[in-house]
Design a protein around this ligand. Structure first.
Ligand SMILES: NC(=O)c1ccc[n+]([C@@H]2O[C@H](COP(=O)([O-])OP(=O)(O)OC[C@H]3O[C@@H](n4cnc5c(N)ncnc54)[C@H](OP(=O)(O)O)[C@@H]3O)[C@@H](O)[C@H]2O)c1
Length: 185
């Protein structure tokens, strides 16, 4: 199995990448410091990334910025960061990547606890997470060639056991489920 991990150098990426790399072929991608330089906010860059990676069975995304603020200070510019980076970036991975993944391959996106359990001041992040989860549930119904898509929705890293976070990504990649949100909280 060959796994593409986007955002491998980030907080979650540094947890899950060694776990998968210990057992299988892993290719990393990110804007800096990875095997493949790629920006998920740019559709052309996503296409080049999949072409460069080649022969991918599983695509995991642990990348995508979002910003938030108290609703009284919220701006469209603040919301746009999450829409363009975390939401559209990850959705485009599926839209474009469905052409490239091997038969039976899987996408694992990352949403987050605030999609279900928001706290004050989290609306800019909460709606992005909710939208990712809704997309995953619906897109799984359409994907062809046995392709699967799931999301991992973690709590803040450090507040849940690292092993549980790793296990959620493993369940998505190594299992047979699709259209699922694996909540780690
Ligand atoms: N950490 C948490 O507690 C937590 C909890 C729930 C959900 N999440 C979600 O999980 C995801 C990852 O979180 P994290 O804390 O691991 O983030 P992080 O530490 O900021 O790492 C993000 C990684 O993704 C890469 N990246 C960022 N934007 C990118 C882009 N447009 N194209 C390609 N690569 C990009 C970054 O590297 P470059 O800058 O070099 O590209 C970095 O390696 C985020 O969507 C976050 O909202 C995180």
């Amino acid at each position: 199995m060959k796994i593409l991990i986007i955002g491998a150098n980030g907080r979650i990426g540094r947890l899950i990448t060694p776990a998968f790399a210990a057992e299988t072929d892993v290719v990393t991608a990110g804007r800096t410091g990875c095997d493949i330089a790629a920006d998920i906010a740019d559709g052309g860059s996503i296409r080049e990334m999949f072409a460069a990676a080649g022969n991918i069975d599983a695509c995991i995304c642990v990348a995508g910025d979002s910003e938030t603020a108290d609703i009284a200070e919220m701006t469209g510019e603040c919301l746009a960061v999450g829409i363009e980076q975390k939401l559209l970036g990850q959705l485009n991975l599926v839209l474009i990547g469905q052409e490239y993944l091997n038969n039976g391959g899987s996408f694992t996106l990352t949403s987050g606890k605030m999609g279900d359990k928001p706290v004050a001041g989290s609306s800019g992040k909460a709606f992005v997470n909710g939208a990712i989860n809704s997309f995953v549930m619906a897109a799984a119904l359409d994907l062809k060639r046995g392709l699967r898509v799931n999301a991992v929705s973690p709590a803040k890293i450090g507040t849940v056991p690292d092993e549980d976070v790793i296990a959620a990504y493993r369940r998505s990649v190594e299992g047979s489920e699709t259209g699922q949100i694996f909540r780690v909280y």
